[in-house]
Design a protein around this ligand. Structure first.
Ligand code: CA
Length: 385
């Protein structure tokens, strides 16, 4: 995790690139949410993972944490200036992990709605720079379904973020069926974002200092993703779109073994309560799931994920402001792929998945400033996919 102030990406073709850079997993939290996190920490509330993660960001006075706090709550000059310095044309904004699920009601509902208003306002002020995903409060499913409808239909948001478990519960539970049905009906993606592991999972990770982004996020969220796949939700809603960060939370690497033992176990009837899938588990990585490169600026892993899931299913994300490094933009620019594939990675896949209006590109001109992404708040943005 870089603590450096961003500088211009070192990649030499910045002035001649033919694609916009859309970053798809970029965090924001209203000051009111940060204040409530602080209150929860002071009261020793929330779960063990929350206390571990947010005590670092909110109780430390280091250059890194001070910079982080100035970035996470900002949707104006600080963020726009960082984006310009980093060469990021457009951010898809979403509420930072763990969202509002650990708050009691009605506070959680109020903060989710307020977050959505703030993000929508920023998108209206800067439609070429921002679009956003809705926050919900899944401990109240009825509210979440209504808020998702409002956020998409009235605020122009482009999908919904879920920060993995909801108080230890996972989205394969039958109680969340209406949530999936609503996302499918609205034709918007669900972004499955990491959270620190649930209290049932975190013990040995916390002991070793591995509960956060270093590894625990991936354990928690990769397991959540495979539970979602095994629930058969993509058979029930074939058009459902799910976006997941960190190149699929290691699941592409596991795909062969998962398929193998899924087939073997189905043959033996070992887990009779498990729904039958119409396809092998890895199939859904190629049909319903998109992978962002957030926090994974590493050529071998990106190329592998493209090979497993498909080059048109892997899209760029930075993970601002948790991971801010110009060198990581350069890694993506320097991947051994053709220019049209680079545009797929940085621009067109994001437009397709989130239903952003296709940006205009001016032949031969500097992209930044001439390109345009009509994000939320723009009546022309609803291109569908
Ligand atoms: Ca993130």
């Amino acid at each position: 995790m870089s603590t450096s102030t961003p500088t211009t990406p070192s990649h030499s073709t910045d002035d001649s690139r033919r694609h916009l850079r859309i970053a798809a997993e970029e965090a924001y939290a209203p000051q009111a949410v940060i204040d409530e996190y602080r209150r929860l920490l002071d009261a020793q509330g929330g779960d063990a993972g929350f206390r571990s993660l947010w005590s670092y960001y909110l109780l430390n006075r280091t250059v890194h944490t001070e910079l982080f706090r100035s970035r996470i709550t900002d949707l104006e000059d600080r963020r726009l200036s960082d984006m310009a310095d980093l060469g990021i044309d457009h951010q898809v904004l979403s509420l930072a992990t763990p969202g509002v699920e650990l708050f009691e009601l009605p506070l959680a509902r109020e903060l989710a709605a307020m977050t959505n208003e703030s993000i929508a306002d920023a998108c209206r002020r800067h439609p070429s720079r921002f679009s956003g995903l809705a926050a919900v409060a899944l401990q109240d499913i009825d509210f979440s379904v209504k808020e998702l409808r409002r956020a998409v239909r009235h605020l122009g948001l482009k999908g919904v973020i879920v920060n993995s478990h909801t108080r230890g519960e996972y989205l394969d539970a039958p109680k969340f069926e209406e949530f999936w049905a609503t996302a499918a009906e609205l034709d918007v993606p669900v972004y499955l974002h990491p959270n620190t592991p649930s209290d049932g999972l975190i013990g040995p990770l916390l002991d070793a200092g591995l509960d956060g982004a270093i590894y625990g996020f991936g354990v928690e969220t990769g397991m959540h993703l495979i539970r979602i796949i095994f629930s058969g939700v993509f058979d029930r809603y074939p058009n459902l779109r799910l976006v997941v960060g960190h190149l699929g939370e290691a699941l592409p690497f596991w795909a062969f073994r998962v398929d193998h033992f899924h087939r073997v176990q189905d043959g033996t009837g070992r887990y009779p309560w498990r729904p039958s899938l119409q396809q092998p588990p890895s199939h859904y990585l190629k049909t319903n799931i998109w992978l962002t490169t957030s926090g994974m600026a590493w050529e071998p892993a990106i190329m592998f994920a493209r090979q497993v899931a498909g080059a048109d299913r892997v899209l760029y994300a930075m993970d601002y402001p948790f991971q801010v490094a110009p060198s990581e933009v350069a890694v993506h620019e320097n991947l051994p792929i053709e220019d049209h594939e680079r545009r797929t990675l940085f621009e067109t896949t994001a437009c397709k998945v989130f239903g952003l209006a296709q940006p205009r590109l001016v032949e031969g001109a500097q992209v930044r400033g001439s390109g345009h992404v009509a994000g939320c708040g723009s009546p022309s943005a609803a291109t569908g996919r």
